[in-house]
Design a protein around this ligand. Sequence first.
Ligand SMILES: NC(=O)c1ccc[n+]([C@@H]2O[C@H](COP(=O)([O-])OP(=O)(O)OC[C@H]3O[C@@H](n4cnc5c(N)ncnc54)[C@H](O)[C@@H]3O)[C@@H](O)[C@H]2O)c1
Length: 384
Amino acid sequence: MNHSSKVLPASVLLMVAGAKGAVASTLAVAAAHLRTDPESIHHSLTTAGLFPDLPPFYAIDFVGWDRMDAPLITAIESHGVLPKTIWADHQAVLNDRVIRPAPSSNIPWQDQIDQVTADIEYYKSLYPKSQAVLINLLPAGKRIDMENLKTAEMLFKALSPTDFPDLTYVLAAVRAGIPVVNFSPNTVEVRPIVDEAVTRDVPIAGCDGKTGQTYFKVALASALKARGLFVDGWYSLNLLGNADGKNLMDPERAAGKVANKTELLDEILGYRVGNRYGRPTHTVRIDYYPPRGDAKEAWDVVDFNGLFGLPMSIRLNLHGRDSILAAPMVIDLARWMVALKQAGRSGLIPELGFFFKKPMGANPPLTFQDQVRALEKLAGECGQ
Ligand SMILES: NC(=O)c1ccc[n+]([C@@H]2O[C@H](COP(=O)([O-])OP(=O)(O)OC[C@H]3O[C@@H](n4cnc5c(N)ncnc54)[C@H](O)[C@@H]3O)[C@@H](O)[C@H]2O)c1
């Protein structure tokens, strides 16, 4: 089927912070491809058959911000995620995507928010019939405890916008009434932002997309738990050669991601893995290994005990593709957010825990089964 000759329907408009990154640029190509050949990739979307009242699943537009000056096409080429044969036919559309520069980190925080707010208004004017969602795909940053920062003023006073650029985009989006997907491991779900989101009827979903190793870890841990098999230790190694992997070489930046990948196992199982050794035996390592590029490799060694405590183990070796796994999830999440906003949901959406390593909000579902069930229930709330 070719939709290019038709009048384009209203779309879901992705406003992407970090629009030229590996995930975002893959997303831009997927959005272009959906317009011309939706059938060839619709199976990658879990929402393709949902939400008939929304713009169709193939109607996705893309704008955003990045610090990088190079054109989007150059970014696509340099990330090396997609062979040229996949994006060559979409060059004209990709060249037309409007990606504005990130606000300078040298101007006051409020001025940065004002700049992003003006950009949002401009993007809305370009796509007046579209339903916008902010997608946070900025690099992993520092992790700090923001629990005590209860007002926007406290936030501005305690933090530097250079260290927490995500907050600039998220605040501007929430104030403009735009739902937010926080795919990064960075904390944006702070009290002042969530309060404002509730006041303005804006849903927020996050954080840290659960794309590869952790997705399978949740499924496997849930299966072991369901059979009463005791997990004695779990060693997880990630070999990652893209910019995200390089960035995560910095221990301060990796801390949040490693914590998100680690904490969930004990939460799923309901006990502390390694307790009998007096120390955790769930280890997660992320190593930057350039030859892998975006084609990340993950190794898992799972030691577990059965009847009479007799030991057994599983080896799992994932040869994944980070951005290929992530991009369709972002589209699905954006469509969920539009549906949830229409259904009147606001604030954090813990029921979307299926998509995240660290689902934000009260009592998120933890096991794989509960996460799937929560999604089905949420679909019911959205009239499915
Ligand atoms: N790929 C996955 O499987 C996966 C899974 C979970 C989470 N994530 C997270 O998604 C995020 C994006 O991943 P990626 O691989 O695309 O990273 P990336 O480093 O390739 O992309 C980040 C982009 O953000 C841009 N940027 C940096 N600072 C900016 C600013 N202040 N304003 C606007 N743009 C800015 C960079 O120039 C770059 O283009 C990361 O936080 C990563 O940890 C990825």
